[in-house]
Design a protein around this ligand. Structure first.
Ligand SMILES: [Zn+2]
Length: 95
């Protein structure tokens, strides 16, 4: 159930949980809903891919204490804008 979100899309919080915790740690019912959707929805896969990059970058950071720092606001804006903008004039290439 989204709040002003595209119907049926995986909420960003859930995508973040999957990106952070992986398939093992994320709640089973979350995965049961999210994974089939991710298989069909390129938009949500793109969002998850962006989150995974953020997580990977954070885990590659030299200082362990910095792992808990939130990514720059710009990253979230980009991700959310990408997810919400169905007709955004993005690049010409398709899948
Ligand atoms: Zn979706």
């Amino acid at each position: 159930m989204g709040e002003g979100y595209g119907p049926g899309h995986v909420p960003p919080d859930d995508l973040a949980s999957i990106a952070l915790d992986g398939a093992q740690a994320a709640p089973a019912e979350l995965l049961a809903e999210a994974l089939p959707h991710l298989a069909d929805c390129r938009r949500c896969r793109d969002v998850l891919a962006g989150l995974l990059l953020v997580v990977a970058a954070a885990r590659a950071a030299p200082s362990g204490e910095d792992l808990l720092v939130a990514p720059p606001a710009r990253v979230w804006r980009d991700i959310l804008a990408h997810h919400r903008g169905p007709s955004a004039p993005t690049s010409a290439h398709k899948e």
